[in-house]
Ligand binder design. Structure first.
Ligand code: PGA
Length: 255
């Protein structure tokens, strides 16, 4: 399976800054991304078109939306639709990121609705899951993964997901590792990824579950990326802070 190296810019970069980054990336990767790697950038909405324009025509470079509302259009002040994101050049979506869950109060129910809607609109969806420190300390890792994965995926297992494999990816991002500099250790990543893969197998069947890319995110940087991506069951990285500078993101992509 090709490995996905994803950049989540969160609420960073104006349009000129985004265009400069995307230009540097496009220049560095004009002969293609490293073998077997997809580079995926989730910019703020106002930057998507600039990034997509810079990436046009280069294989294995893709753009996604950090957020969206699960309705075609209408009276949803402040929200953005899948059609708008597609028009700007995005073909991936993030759902369930810990900041959406914990800062903006998105529930498992809303995340399930968003996952279903995004897939139905023909996007690839990266569903993010992960436990807080308190949940980890209370031995709730498995329970949290079970709840977050099954609420979003179970309703789709015999529907849209059975019709369109390759549309979903899962990112395991322990909340305590996001933006803290405290990257999860290899044993913690192995344990969580094995648990997530088992839950996916129960929901989707073995062969399907094995084809779902399972990414790790949380304080990934150019120094630790190589050892994490080499772990069994790690099919990619979702990178926040260290993805904001093109040289650092390129180092991670090449790790
Ligand atoms: P971080 O963020 O790499 O800054 O920890 C990861 C994420 O939020 O996806």
């Amino acid at each position: 399976m090709r490995k996905i190296i994803a950049a989540n810019w969160k609420m960073n970069k104006t349009r000129p800054m985004a265009a400069e980054f995307a230009g540097q990336l496009a220049m560095a990767l004009k002969e293609g991304t490293p073998e077997g790697r997809l580079a995926l950038v989730f910019p703020p909405f106002t930057d998507i078109a600039a990034v997509a324009d810079a990436f046009a025509g280069i294989n294995n470079l893709a753009v996604g939306g950090q957020n969206f509302y699960p309705a075609e259009k209408g009276a949803f002040t402040g929200e953005i639709s899948c059609a708008m994101l597609r028009d700007a050049g995005a073909n991936w979506l993030l759902a369930g990121h810990s900041e959406r869950r914990h800062v903006f109060g998105e529930t498992d129910g809303l995340i399930a609705q968003k996952t279903a809607f995004g897939l139905e609109q023909g996007f690839k969806v990266m569903l993010c899951v992960g436990e807080t420190l308190e949940e980890r300390n209370n031995n709730q890792l498995n329970g949290v993964l079970q709840r977050q994965l099954s609420s979003a995926i179970q309703p789709l297992a015999n529907g849209i997901l059975s019709k369109s494999p390759d549309q979903i990816a899962v990112a395991y991002e322990p909340v305590w590792a996001i933006g803290t500099g405290k990257v999860a250790g290899p044993d913690e990543i192995r344990e969580a990824h094995a648990a997530a893969r088992k839950i996916l197998s129960d929901l989707l069947g073995n062969s399907y579950a094995n084809s779902v890319p399972l990414l790790y995110g949380g304080s990934v940087n150019a120094k630790n990326a190589g050892s994490i991506i080499a772990l069994d069951n790690v099919d990619g990285l979702l990178v926040g802070g260290a993805s904001l500078e093109a040289p650092s993101f390129l180092d991670i992509l090449r790790a």
